[in-house]
Design a binder for this molecule. Structure first.
Ligand code: ANZ
Ligand code: ZN
Length: 721
């Protein structure tokens, strides 16, 4: 082949890889395991978009590198398939959500495969598959049995026009329903909740056990919002404070507007000062925090100060109160998790309501509770899920007494299935447990979990909670699901705005692949900027990456003959850089090193075959199709992706990356250059040896007795003579 034809190359190798199954993870292999998880997509009808390609392609490079490093890599993919967009589409088109979902998944899969990702497709999961949601329901039943799933009256968003409950994301900022513009009302409805607050302390505490970006950990801690203080009774009103010692300065009490005693009590007695103080109602005190009531200490608290000035209340500096007062209390910003939805397209909550026995869980051998087929998916009009319209499904015998009973018609939220999907990848076809114990012991926890910042306080926190629960009941082998978390920055349009249909600035990754190939898109996505930072699309740089693929392809004509020692040095340096950058997910600088080395190659008359092959192996994670093609073009029979990552030949690492100041008795005399690799690996004694071999240094030391040396790593080497 003389011309680089990505389409032909990529389809050919994708078929080949699929046939040979080279990306399948091996259970219990004696290689070290590496479980690399990237968030699975919600499979809407729109198909794969750039928001998927952005994290997947670089993560795929890491998966490939780890395999070449000798790890048994598990890199799976599946589908988050329940949810409202599909249900709404079903209502619009009159087609069953299951049918729509199957189509969406097929579409997504084809698109994902055209990117040549090294997912282990044999482990695919679909959260809407009854064989999957059987286990989501099973987890719910266990939580119910442990008292962690309970019902309570909770305010819900209600659209009086559409006669349906709305998820928060369907209510616009101005409080109207996004689809019809009607003002949304709040009304109380019995809902299922999960007691995540019981795990709040552990969810904070155990962040110590994992390696999360600081920003993510801090956000989780703030979201949980633990405050330790005291509840103190001011007459009949109980306040919450984190500063009980300031109580002598409390000159008033403020209640939140919805506090049950708001407007009823006018004055109370400060239990410490015994003075009568006024009670107010104001919005700066929040309903959902603490007891919804505070003591106003204007001398110490800014918000209280503002209020006291406005209302002309006394501001007194009072001595610290040391006596214990009230009772210890801990409050959280985090609330129990509302787990009911009044929709069709979700996991039915496996509960039966019996007039005699009350709330009874479906027995485990009766799971899954499958969704029935409906004629129509419209809301029921009562605020209940459309499932109430199917008497044949709703009316059942009570599992306890056999009497007439009714099924729960609420379904679970989207998050239910995505809480534990990474466990199911280990054993997707198991029909008697979530996953086999030995498989879990081998693979868990996930080593690296890659995903978006937007999932920090919902998905990431919820799934930690569920996992801890599963640990407590002896299902999973450890109490944190993800040993480390990596987060990608979002990709903006070239105008630096968010990509959106209405702005017409959306980039379709599949279009890019059709035009330039997946390898170009990969190199581009990795080169565009630091992985964890927000970056903007740039067409010029995309074209540059396409040229890079063409240039690499053209280099094969130079293979043969001999190459210079300079070339060997450049190669060693490039490998070293790519190796360490890729391990740290610094994809952009790794691609820059590739580009630099391609320049070096182009300047050569000829390139030794062995060295060219070495370069192809380090390029393989970034451009898997192109390198596979060139690799086979050299007569190799086995896939390049099964090769071992090359060892860096340090003898060819040219000095010059780090400048170390050489000083004699504290005065800087000269410098030496050593590679950053050597800085990392050499001991102080070895650095001293290296320095002594330097001409200038050896002259300086001539005839002098070295008493001792002081070495500041990578910076200064001082000889005391
Ligand atoms: C007296 C006091 C004196 C307070 C002082 C603070 C400082 P932080 O400080 O952020 O940890 N608080 C309690 N319930 C509240 C509610 N429902 N709405 C608004 N504010 C409320 O938060 C704890 C403090 O927030 C509590 O301690 C209380 O004011 C206020 F120099 O009590 B403090
Ligand atoms: Zn009963």
């Amino acid at each position: 082949m003389t011309k680089y034809d990505p389409k032909e190359i990529e389809t050919k190798w994708q078929k080949e890889w699929e046939k040979s199954g080279i990306y399948e993870a091996k259970d219990f292999s004696n290689k070290k395991k590496f479980y690399l998880l990237v968030e699975f997509p919600y499979c809407s009808g729109v198909g794969l978009h750039i928001g998927h390609a952005r994290p997947w392609l670089p993560t795929d490079a890491l998966a490939r590198k780890k395999r070449m490093d000798g790890y048994n890599v598990l890199f799976p993919m599946g589908w988050d398939a329940f949810g409202l967009p599909t249900e709404n589409y079903a209502i619009k088109t009159g087609r069953p959500p299951a049918e729509i979902t199957a189509e969406n998944i097929a579409h997504f899969r084809t698109q994902a495969k055209s990117l040549g990702l090294s997912f282990d497709w044999s482990r695919e999961v679909d959260t809407s598959d009854p064989n999957y949601y059987k286990w989501t329901q099973w987890i719910f039943v266990q939580m119910f049995k442990q008292g962690l799933a309970y019902q309570a009256e909770v305010p819900v968003n209600w659209c009086p026009k559409c006669k349906t409950n709305l998820a928060d994301e369907e209510v616009l900022g101005n409080g109207t329903h996004e689809r019809c513009g009607t003002v949304v009302e709040k009304r109380l409805q019995k809902q299922w909740l999960l007691r995540i607050t019981k795990y709040a302390d552990r969810l904070i505490e155990d962040l110590k056990k994992v390696d999360y970006p600081n920003r993510v950990a801090v956000q989780q801690v703030n979201w949980i919002g633990k405050k330790v203080g005291r509840k103190i009774k001011f007459g009949e009103i109980e306040i919450f404070t984190t500063r009980p010692e300031t109580i002598l300065g409390a000159t008033f009490v403020v209640l939140s507007p919805n506090h049950p005693q708001a407007g009823k009590v006018k004055t109370v007695i400060n239990p410490a000062s015994k003075k009568e103080i006024p009670v107010f109602v104001d919005e700066y005190v929040l309903d959902s925090v603490g007891t919804g009531a505070i003591m106003g200490v204007p001398a110490h608290d800014e918000r209280d100060m503002v209020f006291a000035k406005k209302m002309n209340l006394p501001i007194i500096e009072a001595p610290e109160y040391k006596k214990e007062i009230g009772e210890k209390a801990t409050i959280y910003h985090l609330h129990d998790w509302i787990f009911s939805r009044q929709h069709y397209w979700g996991e039915p909550i496996p509960i039966i309501h019996c007039p005699k026995c009350g709330v009874v869980p479906v027995s485990e051998d009766q799971l899954p509770v499958k969704l029935p087929f409906l004629e129509k998916y419209e809301p029921s009009g009562t605020g209940e899920s459309p499932l109430v319209t199917v008497p044949g499904w709703v009316n059942v015998a009570c599992p306890k007494c056999g009497g007439k009973a009714k099924r729960e018609t609420d379904t679970m939220p989207n998050w239910a299935g995505s809480n534990w999907y990474f466990i199911r990848y280990l054993d997707p076809h198991n029909d008697h447990e979530l996953a086999g114990k030995k498989l879990m012991a081998y693979w868990l926890p996930v080593d690296v979990y890659e995903g978006g910042y937007e999932h920090t306080t919902l998905h990431l926190l919820y799934s930690r909670f569920i996992y801890k629960f599963l640990f407590d009941i002896g299902v999973v082998p450890n109490d944190e699901p993800y040993a480390s978390r990596k987060v990608h920055g979002i990709l903006l349009a070239s105008d630096n705005r968010k990509m959106s249909k209405s702005l017409g600035n959306v980039i379709d990754p599949i279009e890019v692949v059709t035009k330039y190939g997946s390898d170009t898109l990969r190199l581009y996505e990795m080169f565009i900027g630091p992985f964890d930072q927000q970056v903007s699309w740039n067409d010029r740089s995309l074209a540059g990456c396409y040229r890079l693929c063409n240039r690499v392809f053209a280099l094969q004509t130079k293979v043969g003959g001999v190459s210079s020692s300079d070339f060997k040095n450049s190669l060693a340096k490039a490998i070293e850089k790519i190796d360490s950058d890729l391990d740290q997910m610094k994809f952009n600088t790794a691609v820059a090193a590739i580009m630099g080395f391609v320049n070096v190659c182009e300047a050569q008359k000829e390139i030794v075959k062995a060295e060219w092959q070495t370069f192809l192996t380090v390029l393989a994670p970034f451009a898997p199709h192109l390198t596979e093609e060139l690799w086979h073009g050299l007569g190799n029979k086995e896939s390049i992706h099964l090769q071992r990552w090359p060892k860096v030949d340090i003898t060819h690492l040219e000095p010059g990356n780090s400048v170390i100041a050489i000083s004699i008795n504290g005065k800087t005399k000269t410098t030496i250059k050593i590679s950053s690799h050597e800085v990392k690996v050499l001991t102080e004694a070895e650095i001293v040896q290296t320095a002594k071999k330097d001409n200038k240094v050896s002259k300086l030391l001539e005839g002098r007795e070295i008493k001792r040396t002081i070495y500041v790593v990578g910076k200064i080497l001082n000889f005391v003579v």
